[in-house]
Write a protein that binds this ligand. Structure first.
Ligand code: KG4
Ligand code: ZN
Length: 331
């Protein structure tokens, strides 16, 4: 089954054709990052305007790259939420139009299910598994006992981990999106700043607002005293605390739920510090670890096409009344 998938929930206009949820035929990702970088973050109005300008071009380019027409496509899939409402709407309307004109089934996909299924493009998911979801909008631990079945066992009480990276980056004068550069600097610095370990308790809840405030206060205090901030050391200390708490709670959940498969999903799955630490811990504890290829950690339509196949098999099908949802829980 060949699915043409559309993703436009934030600042990437992306279209992909995926076969049977695991084979990538072609993908196009048009990033708006350079435009938003000058504002220090994604500007929703600009994002939706750019999606409108580009969506048909990206669809055409993806089909051309695959040497296919809509006749070769069996279904159309789209991220319906969560995300920026104006951005989501462009993808949803485009998908509805394509499905209607070409008389194809329309498959609605939850954005986070997409991030999870980015791993299915690496290796067929094995169940039961735990998914550690770490993105700009989400930090969750999810238990999956079978395809397209999601049980949230924990998550953040405040900021998402990617959001926290971006805010810390901002105070360190690192351009948006800060995550990748903070990660790079963390590897070049030393852990010499005394930062708190965020919400170090026995629960599966995370809280990143405390460490974010600690970094912001530290930077402001040093500035007021006329002291220079050792940016790389601060990045390293921050990343070590974040990685420690994410991995500690994930390993505890794997043990408690007696699960041997771990997947990581979302933009922060690209984090080198997190990947390295999980590799060591999973090796030591006999856990099968799967991480997406770096380019499919951040938003893309390949992951939506992969998830769509399993959503469809699970009965997810929409008609032209499908609407975009800015917020929606994964279920
Ligand atoms: O999944 P994503 O593309 O968008 C959402 O659905 O939220 O994730 C974007 C987030 C941003 O906060 C970005 O800073 C972060 O992922 N990110 C990273 C890295 N690469 C991207 N954070 C830490 N280390 C990285 N290497
Ligand atoms: Zn995302």
């Amino acid at each position: 089954m060949k699915i043409l998938a559309i993703e436009s929930s934030c600042d990437k206009t992306s279209v992909s054709i995926i076969e049977d949820g695991e084979k990538e035929i072609s993908t196009v990702v048009l990033s708006q990052m350079d435009t938003h970088a000058s504002y220090g973050g994604v500007v929703p109005e600009i994002a939706s305007r750019m999606h409108i300008e580009n969506i048909t071009l990206v669809i055409e380019e993806c089909l051309t790259k695959a040497n296919m027409t809509m006749n070769d496509i069996d279904a159309v899939a789209v991220t319906y939420g969560p995300g920026l409402i104006g951005s989501l709407l462009i993808g949803v309307e485009a998908a509805k139009t394509l499905a209607l004109i070409h008389n194809k089934p329309l498959i609605p996909v939850h954005h986070i299910a997409g991030h999870i299924y980015a791993n299915n493009l690496v290796k067929r998911l094995e169940f039961p598994l735990l998914a550690l979801i770490v993105s700009g909008g989400h930090t969750d631990i999810v238990l999956m006992e079978k395809d397209y079945s999601f049980k949230r066992i924990g998550g953040t009480l405040d900021d998402a981990v990617g959001e926290c990276y971006d805010k810390v980056a901002r105070v360190l004068n690192i351009p948006y999106p800060g995550g990748p550069l903070v990660d790079k600097y963390a590897h070049e610095g030393s852990d010499t700043y005394d930062l708190p370990l965020p919400l170090n308790d026995d629960s599966y809840s995370f809280s990143f607002s405390g460490i974010k405030s600690a970094v912001i206060n530290l930077a402001h205090n040093e500035e007021q005293r006329g002291n220079e901030i050792r940016v790389k050391d601060l990045a390293c200390s921050f990343q070590n605390r974040v990685v420690e708490i994410l991995t500690k709670k994930t390993m505890k959940a794997l043990k408690e739920y007696n699960v041997k498969n771990l997947i990581v999903a979302g933009g922060v799955a690209a984090n080198k510090g997190l990947r390295e630490r999980l590799e060591v811990l999973c090796n030591e504890n006999d856990i099968n670890l799967t991480v997406p290829v770096i380019k499919y950690c951040t938003d893309n339509a390949a992951m939506i096409g992969a998830a769509a196949y399993f959503a469809y098999k699970n009965g997810a099908i929409a008609d032209t009344s499908l609407t975009a949802k800015a917020t929606d829980t994964l279920k």
